[in-house]
Ligand binder design. Structure first.
Ligand SMILES: Cc1cc2nc3c(=O)[nH]c(=O)nc-3n(C[C@H](O)[C@H](O)[C@H](O)COP(=O)(O)O)c2cc1C
Ligand code: SF4
Ligand code: SF4
Length: 370
């Protein structure tokens, strides 16, 4: 029996749903399947094992050499036209892939890999989301790790950017999901029969997606984490902290506090049973004020004088990078104060005030396997 192993990072459940649908399809075609959840703890365990340490149970069957028919399927959502940082780190942490057995298909002994992404769309009429360069980027990472990437495909699912916009209601969600049913069946058949297909990545998607992805990875996701706040309805259940895949939430004084480790996956804001997690307008205002005043920072003339030996563009670049670091440090310091203020009851509605109090959360479709 061939094994299909699904390595799934899914913030809000679309990727998980796709993986489970395809796993069911492959099971009905004789595969055994395994679903491995990608999260920060698993990456730490992989690194520990690769460093010679021991992490019992954390690896599943990952260390077992592949048989000829075996297949590893990497599933993740698209963030800013790129692979999410957590998935990127996971694929690298896997290290060199173990090759297939002696009966490998002619021409290659590399293990087989497929890449599937979930991207987002708002409308069920026009395709308003795009995978950008995510599939090509994942293929580069896996190929360097010794995989033979023989398949890459994307699925348009409902957008989950709930910290900014209202999510689709059940009706629109279902009609977007139903548009992908034929593709799910095709992918099951292709993977089971070993057909190759690499969804093309156009030049524009590389050109736009690469910088967009980097900007999100460095700044965007950190800002998302700093914008979250729990309002007065939070009952301290701790579910958001327990289920954060990046371990970015800690409970302080019975209330959640976010850190720069946030990936912006949107799980916490969508899972809170009190709808208590908001994009805080107060925090947004703090970030805007910090950004707009950095250029007037008294350190700027001093830094530029010290760097006078550099050409103007180089010293300007150094200052830009430095000012961004200063901005992040400042925000972190203010964050400590805001978290402390949230201990005071009457401050909670103020700190957690934002338009997301009135917008809809996202509930992903649930696979019958669960
Ligand atoms: C931070 C962030 C960035 C996103 N960027 C894109 C994008 O560039 N293109 C796109 O089509 N969808 C984008 N999306 C939407 C998600 O990829 C999409 O909703 C996906 O189906 C979510 O999968 P999940 O439920 O498995 O997390 C983004 C979502 C988030 C949270
Ligand atoms: S924010 Fe929501 S999920 Fe997190 S502790 Fe409060 S009630 Fe629980
Ligand atoms: S803090 Fe929330 S959005 Fe950020 S990684 Fe954790 S669950 Fe996802």
């Amino acid at each position: 029996v061939s094994i299909a192993r699904f390595h799934v990072f899914s913030g809000t459940g679309n990727g998980r749903f796709i993986a489970e649908k395809i796993a069911s399809g492959l099971e009905s075609r004789g595969f055994a399947t395994e679903v491995i959840e990608v999260c920060a703890s698993r990456i730490e365990a992989l690194r520990l094992v690769r460093g010679g340490g021991h992490a019992e149970g954390a690896l599943g069957d990952l260390k077992v050499a592949r048989e000829p028919g075996d297949l590893d399927v990497f599933v993740f959502p698209v963030y800013a036209m790129a692979v999410p940082r957590l998935m990127n780190r996971y694929m690298r942490a896997l290290g060199k892939a173990k090759g297939r057995g002696s009966a490998a298909r002619p021409g290659t002994a590399k293990p087989r890999a497929a890449i599937l992404s979930a991207n987002g769309r708002i409308s069920d009429k026009v395709r308003d989301g795009h995978e950008g360069q995510a599939l090509a980027q994942a293929q580069r990472i896996l190929s360097r790790g010794g995989w033979d990437v023989e398949y890459r495909e994307t699925f348009d699912y409902p957008h989950n950017i709930t910290n900014a916009f209202s999510a689709a209601d059940d009706g629109r969600r279902d009609s977007i999901v139903s548009l992908m049913e034929g593709r799910i069946e095709k992918v099951v058949a292709d993977l089971a029969e070993g057909r190759r297909y690499l969804r093309p990545c156009r030049l524009w998607a590389h050109v736009v997606g690469w910088p967009f992805g980097w900007l999100y990875r460095i700044f965007g996701r950190r800002c998302f984490g700093m914008l979250f706040a729990a309002d007065e309805r939070c009952d301290g259940c701790g579910a958001c902290a327990a289920r954060c895949p990046a371990k970015a939430i800690t409970m302080r004084g019975g209330r959640p506090a976010w850190s720069y480790a946030c990936e912006g996956c949107e799980r916490c804001i969508n899972l809170c049973h009190k709808n208590s997690i908001q994009t805080s307008l107060l925090r947004l205002a703090v970030i805007v004020v910090i950004c707009s005043t950095l250029d007037a920072c008294p350190l700027k003339p001093l830094v530029l004088t010290l760097l006078a030996f550099l050409p103007g563009w180089a010293s300007g670049l150094v200052w830009t990078v430095l000012s961004i670091i200063i901005g992040f440090v400042l925000m972190r310091l203010i964050d400590i104060i805001l978290v402390e203020l949230a201990r005071i009851g009457f401050m909670r509605p103020i700190l957690g005030f934002g338009w997301t109090r009135w917008t809809r959360r996202y509930k992903a479709p649930v696979s019958p396997r669960r």
